[in-house]
Design a protein around this ligand. Structure first.
Ligand code: ITT
Length: 194
C-alpha cells in the first residue's frame, strides 16, 4: 500500500481526513506517525498559501507525497474574522469553550440574517516529483445563539448549517464529512490522487 503524509497536528482534522480517505489505497500518516517534526511558519496571505507552506515544509524533509489542510471560520459581521487566524484567535492555548463564548458575546443582539459565516478549507498536495495541486471548498452557515454538541472540534458547537437546525457539534462524523468544507475538499483532492 502506498503512503501519504498528512501534515497536520490537529487530532480533530486527522480523524475526519482518515474517514474520508479510508476507501483509497493509501496509508495515511500524520506528521507524528512519520516521525517528522518541523516548525512551520503559517505566514501566508490566504488559506491556499498556508496549505502549500505546510505541505512543502514536510515534503522538503520526506520527499514523498504530502497533503496539508489550512482551514478556518469567516464570520461576516466580524469582517471575516477569525479567518486565517482561526487557531491563533485569542491565543493558541485558549480553550474553544472560551473562544466560542467570546464570539457569541461579540455577536450579542445581532439578528440571524446578519450572523452568516462559513468554514473554509484549502488542501494542498505536493507529489513525490514536486508537482503541487491545491483545492478549496467552503461550508456556508450561521453562528447560532448558543454552543451545542460534543462532536467535531474547534468552532463546531457554534456553527449551524441552517437557523434552527443542528450545530456542527451535533453532527456525526459521517454527516459532517458529507457536508463540510473539509469533506468536500478531500473529495476533490481524491480525484487528484487517482
Ligand atoms: P495544523 O496546522 O497542524 O493542521 P491547526 O489547528 O493549527 O492544525 P489551521 O491553522 O488550519 O490548523 O487552523 C484551523 C482552525 O480553524 C482550527 O484550529 C479550528 O479552530 C478552525 N477550524 C477549521 N476547521 C474546522 C472545523 O471543521 N470545525 C471547527 N473548527 C474548525
Amino acid at each position: 500500500m502506498q503512503q501519504l503524509i498528512f501534515a497536520t497536528s490537529n487530532k480533530g482534522k486527522i480523524k475526519e481526513i482518515r474517514a474520508v480517505l479510508a476507501d483509497m489505497d493509501y496509508q495515511v500518516l500524520s506528521m507524528e506517525d512519520a516521525g517528522i517534526h518541523v516548525e512551520i511558519d503559517e505566514n501566508g496571505a490566504d488559506f491556499e498559501e498556508n496549505a502549500r507552506i505546510k505541505a512543502w515544509a514536510v515534503h522538503n524533509v520526506s520527499h514523498t507525497l504530502v497533503l496539508a489542510d489550512d482551514s478556518g471560520l469567516e464570520i461576516d459581521h466580524l469582517n471575516r474574522e477569525p479567518g486565517v487566524h482561526s487557531s491563533r484567535y485569542m491565543g493558541e492555548d485558549t480553550s474553544y469553550e472560551i473562544k466560542n463564548a467570546k464570539i457569541l458575546e461579540r455577536l450579542a443582539g445581532v439578528p440571524m440574517e446578519q450572523r452568516t459565516a462559513r468554514f473554509v478549507c484549502a488542501i494542498a498536495a505536493v507529489f513525490a516529483d514536486g508537482r503541487c495541486v491545491t483545492v478549496r471548498e467552503t461550508m456556508e452557515g450561521y453562528i447560532g445563539y448558543e454552543a451545542r454538541g460534543e462532536n467535531g472540534f474547534g468552532y463546531d458547537p457554534i456553527f449551524y448549517l441552517e437557523p434552527g437546525g443542528l450545530s456542527n457539534g451535533e453532527l456525526s462524523l459521517e454527516e459532517k464529512n458529507r457536508l463540510s468544507h473539509r469533506g468536500k475538499a478531500l473529495k476533490a483532492m481524491k480525484k487528484e490522487l487517482l
